[in-house]
Ligand binder design. Structure first.
Ligand SMILES: [Zn+2]
Length: 249
C-alpha cells in the first residue's frame, strides 16, 4: 500500500510503501520523514536522486532491524517500520553514502557515522532526541571486546565488509560521536555548513573518511589540532575516548 506523506519546500514528494497490517506503525514511524528530508535539503544541499522518494517496507525476517539505502526508494525492515530513526537514517544516506559515496569499505564510517549523526540532527528540532539511545549503543560496542574495533581501519578494500568485524555498530556510533564532539567544539550549525560544503564539493564522487577530516580541519583552522585529536580518538584507535556513564539495558 502506498501513502503520500508530504512535499518538501524544494518540491520533493515523500511517500511510504507499507505491507498489510503495518499501517499504524508505518505511519507513526514516518511522521517525521518529510520534515527530515526538508531539513537535509535545506541544510546540506539539493537532493540528487529525483523528485519522488520514500521508505519501502521489506520483510527481512525476525531480528533484522534496520534499513538499506536504495535511493530514492530506500528499504526499511518491517520490524523497524515504526522507528523514526531508521527512516531518517536511510533518507540521510541520500547525502552521505549515496550522494557522496565511500571509496573503500574501510570508509564505512563516512557513510554510517555521518548518516547516524544527520538523523539525530534532523529529528532533534522535531522533539526526538536520539543521543540517549546512541549513548547506550556506544556503551555496548565500547564495552564488548568481541565487537569493538577501530572505526576507520588502515588500507583500501583490503577487507570484505560482510566478513569483517567492522560490520558492526562501531562505525555508526563512533562516527556519530566523532561529529558530535566536533559540533561541541565549533557549533552544530557551523559544522552543518561544513558538511554541506563537503557534500556540494564531493557529490557524485567517492571519498575517504580522511577527506572529511581534512575538510573539517581546513574549515576550522584554529581548531585543527583539536579536530585531529578528536578524529584520532574516535576513528583511528580502538579504545573509546569516552564512554557515557548511564544506565542502559
Ligand atoms: Zn546506514
Amino acid at each position: 500500500m502506498a501513502l503520500a506523506l508530504g512535499t518538501t519546500s524544494d518540491g520533493t514528494e515523500v511517500k511510504l510503501w507499507y505491507l498489510p497490517g503495518e499501517a499504524e506503525q508505518a505511519i507513526s514511524g514516518t511522521a517525521y520523514l518529510t520534515p527530515s528530508m526538508d531539513f537535509f535539503e535545506q541544510t546540506y544541499g539539493p537532493y540528487a536522486f529525483g523528485d519522488v522518494v520514500g521508505s519501502v517496507s521489506v520483510r527481512w525476517g525476525q531480528g533484522r532491524f534496520g534499513g538499506m539505502e536504495h535511493h530514492p526508494f530506500w528499504h526499511v525492515a518491517s520490524e523497524a517500520i515504526g522507528s523514526p530513526e531508521i527512516h531518517a537514517h536511510e533518507a540521510a544516506h541520500g547525502w552521505f553514502g549515496n550522494g557522496v559515496r565511500i571509496a573503500c569499505w574501510e570508509d564505512f564510517v563516512l557513510s554510517e557515522g555521518t548518516a547516524s549523526y544527520l538523523a539525530a540532527r534532523a529529528l532533534s528540532p522535531q522533539g526526538i532526541n536520539l543521543w540517549p539511545d546512541y549513548e547506550c549503543r556506544l556503551q555496548r560496542v565500547c564495552g564488548d571486546e568481541r565487537i569493538n574495533t577501530v572505526a576507520r581501519p588502515a588500507g583500501c578494500n583490503a577487507i570484505e565488509l560482510r566478513d569483517h568485524p567492522l560490520w558492526s555498530d562501531v562505525p555508526y556510533m563512533k562516527g556519530a560521536f566523532f561529529l558530535k564532539q566536533v559540533a561541541e567544539l565549533v557549533g552544530a550549525d557551523t559544522l552543518d555548513d561544513s558538511l554541506s560544503s563537503f557534500y556540494r564539493e564531493r557529490f557524485g564522487t567517492a571519498a575517504r573518511m580522511e577527506n572529511l577530516v581534512e575538510h573539517l580541519r581546513s574549515a576550522f583552522p584554529s581548531e585543527s589540532l583539536r579536530i585531529d585529536a578528536i578524529a584520532n580518538g574516535w576513528l583511528y584507535q580502538r579504545a573509546c575516548p569516552s564512554v557515557p556513564d548511564q544506565g542502559c539495558r
